[in-house]
Ligand binder design. Structure first.
Ligand SMILES: [Zn+2]
Ligand SMILES: [Zn+2]
Length: 305
């Protein structure tokens, strides 16, 4: 197979996305509201358009790096599978950073801004991906392992398409073996939860094994229904505000008068919720505060002991 023959799987999947959303609506167990869904679709279309218009920025850098590759892979099926798994690990790292550094969170917050959880939520994507430098996380795969940027675009697209179907409440649990290995609706509902125990958990793209390996896995508990959205929800359906509100807040914080240079840098790169005067709370502080008020829950999944 030639690299140039690899299809753009995200664009190809759009009719499937639409059909599945209609089916989820008809099945009737999903909670859709018109304005929320319209906002999610607008963010999805904007993400696709901006990816087509500006995706070449990251691609160009990676292609230049590819000429420095230390080894060369073919395009056999085995190599594609290995590239898929390694890029899935890259996704885990990216997604964990997107929740633990405000520099990536200001874009990724868009995906978490809906208080609904249905298939349209999957399409609620940031508009600024090509500009945040996250494509640099693919550099080791390109240079050290010689995976071609086109191959990474292909397996990365497959990864995104996989993540579509897990944004649903219509599916309860998959078979035990499947829940053990793969990201599922149950695991990803936890990821979209604002409950203290569900914060900063289940960063997986396709393989949930990364969360199990690196200690970020939290199971969905029947006795604790997920509250979807952000700790502090944004009361807007405006696509522009959904895309940029956290960037505006970051700029305001980092340029406030009277801060040291280090404090300004920390407002940009430290954890969401970090503040120079301790007036805000990070996810870790929220979890600790919860346990202080509910000591009987200390040490249960997702909460400190
Ligand atoms: Zn996330
Ligand atoms: Zn999601």
């Amino acid at each position: 197979m030639e690299l140039a023959d690899l299809p753009d799987v995200v664009s190809l999947a759009v009719p499937f996305f639409v059909g599945a959303m209609v089916l989820e609506l008809l099945v009737g167990r999903a909670h859709y509201t018109t304005r929320d869904t319209a906002a999610s679709l607008a963010m999805g279309v904007g993400n696709l358009v901006i990816g087509i218009a500006f995706g070449a920025i990251g691609y160009g850098v990676l292609l230049a790096a590819w000429s420095w590759r230390l080894v060369d892979w073919g395009t056999g099926v085995g190599w594609i599978a290995l590239a898929f798994v390694l890029d899935d690990l890259r996704y885990y790292v990216y997604h964990r950073l997107a929740h633990t550094s405000r520099w990536l969170w200001w874009g990724h917050v868009t995906h978490h801004s809906s208080a609904c959880y249905n298939l349209s939520t999957a399409l609620r994507q940031e508009w600024t991906g090509p500009f945040n430098g996250a494509f640099l996380l693919r550099l080791p795969l390109v240079v050290l392992l010689g995976i071609h940027p086109l191959m990474l675009a292909f397996v990365g697209g497959l990864n995104l398409v996989y993540q579509f179907w897990i944004h649903t409440e219509t599916i309860g649990r998959m078979p035990t073996w499947f829940e053990a290995v793969f990201n599922t609706p149950s695991h990803h509902r936890v990821h979209h939860g604002s409950n203290p125990r569900y914060l900063d958990a289940n960063y997986a793209g396709v393989l949930i094994v990364w969360d199990r390996m690196f200690g970020t896995f939290v199971p969905e508990l029947a006795e604790e229904p997920v509250r979807y959205g952000l700790v502090k929800n944004v009361a807007t359906h405006s696509p522009l505000r959904l895309a940029f509100h956290e960037l505006v807040a970051l700029a305001r914080d980092a340029s406030a008068p009277g801060l040291t240079p280090l404090e300004r840098i920390r407002y940009v790169f430290d954890r969401p919720g970090w503040s120079h005067d301790g007036s805000r709370r990070t996810a870790a502080a929220i979890k600790a505060g919860w346990v202080a008020h509910h000591p009987e829950e200390a040490g249960t999944p997702g909460l400190p002991g």
